[in-house]
Write a protein that binds this ligand. Sequence first.
Ligand code: ADP
Ligand code: MG
Length: 264
Amino acid sequence: MSDQKRSVAAQNRLAVVNQKGGVGKTTTAVNLAAALAQRGRKVLLVDMDPQGNASSGLGHPTRTVETSVYRVLLGEAKLEENLLPSPVEGLFLAPATQDLVAAEIELVDEADRATRLRSAIDELLATRPFDDVLIDCPPSLGLLTVNALIAANEVLVPLQCEYYALEGLTHLMATIERVRAGLHPTLGVKGLVLTMFDARNNLAHQVAAEVRKHFRVFEAIIPRNVRLSEAPSHGKPVTLYDAASKGSVAYQQLAAELVTESAP
Ligand code: ADP
Ligand code: MG
């Protein structure tokens, strides 16, 4: 399917990506997805991290998940058969299980190994419309992340404003360039989301200013907020767990920004 047709099928197809762990990818994927659904949009969150944090954050810990995106990548199941409901109406989850970690090795001899997720999402969208598809990536730039990049139209990069953040970004952008040069020339960068932001920290402001020189950065800034770290243990996004908390409000602002600009 052409890129143009794909973007008609879903307004946003976003890979939430950063090869660094603990920068707020999963927190962003889960809470942005929830905030979008709470605005009345149909949202799909695909968990591509074998750790399954996005799945458990939406009430489906990996030990309770029977069939996952692993079987989809191996061609043993369709994405449609894998969708689970979430605590938020309109938000569906394609869960991960730990065996996803083996997919990288098991697919190594398959010529279409990098485009399997894209094909599965295209097939799903042909019969079941979603406004937004978000893909939560593992903390690496391996085959699972490459599948997510090729399945997406654009990337959304959560960034923690610390000293090494820019170095990591250079590496990530080089990977995006390689994907563009290969299988997905139109892959775009939607923008960077500043996460765990501590407004009292001077370095955070310096890093934010530097990043803004080179990239589009969303106006919504996600503060460090304990409610965001508590919500997953209740199997809920923060927008349900504590809707008025600063973290929840920030993700609602991010969703509003995204919807405003993707309006036709
Ligand atoms: P990643 O998916 O990039 O590895 P996570 O989203 O899992 O990162 O976040 C790492 C840890 O930090 C988690 O325990 C999460 O609950 C916590 N966390 C993420 N964002 C925030 C925030 N804005 N404020 C406080 N804690 C956060
Ligand atoms: Mg994660």
